[in-house]
Ligand binder design. Structure first.
Ligand code: NAD
Length: 397
């Protein structure tokens, strides 16, 4: 089986795929759509990062494609419904760069509280600025985290260990770690010394933090956004920094980001005091890249070896329980009534005893795992494929 890995995927992933028996074709860039369709004929696994777009046109030209690895966090570049309709699970790496983002946010809080970037800039220009006035320790300050997911909750753990008092606001019920408290957004805005935004990219979060929210913040607050650019009204942020209501900010994500390093970057935050601007690199570390490579490649190798779909973003979740039988079939089908009965009938007709079974559905598709003890012949596969509503059948082993 062939794995086509695009966009310079980490060598750790290549090692895992090779050990799982894949032949590798690795390309350092994202080929255009036309070129990619020509490359897909014999590809079983496609690995991409954020630049390659996958839609029905590519899938139609990929008759052997069985799994896609998004070696990144987001999967917006992939038409997930089209993948489900073709019985192709998509795996990503939702947590592999969490720690990298958290470390950067914490480091920036300390730099902002001490005005390090401004004093460093002054010294580079030959101006000595020694002073303690207005500079603070992080210890004892109240950190308000908006969005207590993977990143927000890990940030809370490390911030507490540095002596910060942490409160958070989330739209969902979450387990509060350590001594952290959930508060209303209003209280968080009004009482935090440092506010850090870590919400996800759902459309309703557009301009979540704008004029009204900045106006509600305590005077002298520090503000960080390392989540999504469109979540914050940048003009409103710039106005509040100019007025001195916000004492410093660290921004890693922008509503409009240059497509490449050759395109100039423009923002209303440029040139403002005590503002750290970074080019969407919160999660960009070599450790994160290695973690992403290993995580996605291992999930895909497990899918081929056992049928496991755990962490897939579009497939029903199936976690093998350890017990193995002689053969395992995976049946991917339209989520319609009577499927399990028809699958079982195929085995009963051929006098093959089902030793273990699992069915899970998600949206438009169902995923059935059937374990059998006895030997089975080719006919079972073709009978399963012939069931109306079948999308794809695998003999896992
Ligand atoms: P996550 O899905 O685990 O957590 C997001 C949390 O935000 C969830 O708990 C959700 O309930 C909450 N939420 C959503 N809307 C909210 C709202 N309006 N108010 C309060 N809470 C809300 O995501 P994550 O892995 O923690 O990532 C957080 C963000 O960081 C994402 O937007 C992600 O794209 C971004 N990110 C950025 C970088 C970078 O390089 N800067 C790297 C990784 C992730």
């Amino acid at each position: 089986m062939k794995a086509l890995l695009l966009e310079n995927i980490h060598p750790g992933a290549v090692r895992i795929f090779k050990a799982a028996g894949f032949k590798i074709d690795a390309v350092s860039h994202s080929p255009g759509k036309k070129m990619l369709t020509q490359m897909m004929e014999d590809v079983a696994v496609l690995g991409i990062r954020s630049k390659t777009r996958i839609g029905p046109d590519i899938l139609q030209r990929a008759p052997n494609l069985s799994a896609i690895g998004a070696f990144c966090i987001g999967t917006e570049q992939i038409d997930l419904s089209a993948c489900s309709a073709k019985g192709i699970p998509v795996f990503n790496a939702p947590y592999s760069n969490t720690r990298s983002v958290v470390e950067m946010a914490l480091g920036e809080m300390i730099m902002l509280l001490r005005g390090v970037f401004d004093s460093s800039g002054s010294l580079h220009r030959g101006v000595w600025t020694k002073s303690a006035a207005g500079f603070h320790e992080i210890r004892g300050k109240r950190l308000g985290i908006i969005g207590y997911g993977n990143i927000g909750s890990q940030l809370s753990v490390l911030a507490e260990s540095l002596g910060m008092e942490v409160v958070y606001y989330d739209v969902e019920e979450k387990l509060s770690l350590g001594n952290v408290r959930k508060v209303s957004l209003k209280e968080l805005l009004r009482r935090s010394d440092v506010i850090s935004v870590h919400v996800d990219g759902r459309e309703s979060n557009r301009n979540l933090i704008g004029q009204r929210e900045f106006a509600a913040m305590k005077k002298g607050v520090l503000f960080l956004n390392l989540s999504r650019g469109f979540v914050v009204d940048m003009e409103a942020l710039a106005r509040h920094i100019r007025k001195g209501r916000i004492r410093g900010a660290a921004v890693d994500v922008f509503p409009e980001e240059p497509e490449s390093n050759k395109v100039p970057f423009v923002s209303s935050l440029q040139g403002l005091p005590n503002v750290i601007l970074t080019p969407h690199v919160g999660g960009s570390t070599e450790e994160a890249q290695a973690g992403i490579g290993a995580f996605v490649a291992e999930r895909i190798a497990a899918y081929f070896a056992t049928g496991s779909t755990i962490t897939s973003v579009n497939f029903p979740p199936y976690q093998p329980m350890g017990k193995t039988y002689l053969h395992r079939f995976a049946h991917i089908h339209e989520n319609i009534p009577g499927m399990l009965a028809r699958i079982n009938d195929v085995f009963a007709q051929r006098n093959v005893n089902i030793a273990g079974q699992h069915l899970e559905t998600r949206g438009a598709i169902g995923y059935a795992i059937i374990d059998v003890e006895g030997p089975c012949n080719e006919g079972i596969l073709s009978d399963l494929e012939a069931i109306p509503g079948t999308i794809r059948v695998h003999l896992v082993y």
